[in-house]
Design a protein around this ligand. Structure first.
Ligand code: FES
Length: 117
């Protein structure tokens, strides 16, 4: 069965191909996460040993903030009911047919940038 992509363009007001400032590097040290809002988008940013990853910040189960979940290596555990996602890909670890949206991230100087394509 092909993966289900939870959203494709829930927030059309954000330009999909542009890079947006998301956070300062210092705001999200290694082994931590944070939540940011850009337009109507809630973003969960994760720092896995110095590499940043971003997922849609709203858990597909009952909308908990994934940016406030527990990060262990590359796996975030939802703070409400424990669903787990690979922050590198958005893959839901208990079901290979659910793919949570993930986004391109890069660092420029001291700023973490995100692109929604
Ligand atoms: S809201 Fe995330 S597992 Fe229930």
């Amino acid at each position: 069965m092909a993966p289900i992509h939870a959203t494709s363009n829930r927030y059309p007001e954000c330009t999909m191909s542009e890079w947006h400032e998301l956070a300062n590097v210092a705001d999200c040290p290694p082994k931590s996460s944070l939540e940011r809002v850009i337009g109507d988008r809630v973003i969960a940013l994760f720092n896995v040993d110095g590499t940043f990853y971003a997922l849609d910040g709203v858990c597909p189960h009952q909308c908990a903030p994934l940016g406030k979940g527990h990060l262990e290596k590359h796996v975030v555990t939802c703070p409400w009911h424990g669903w787990q996602f690979d922050v590198r890909t958005g893959a839901y670890l208990s079901c290979d047919t659910l793919q949570h949206p993930n986004y391109d991230v890069r660092v420029e100087g001291e700023t973490v940038l995100i692109r929604f394509s």
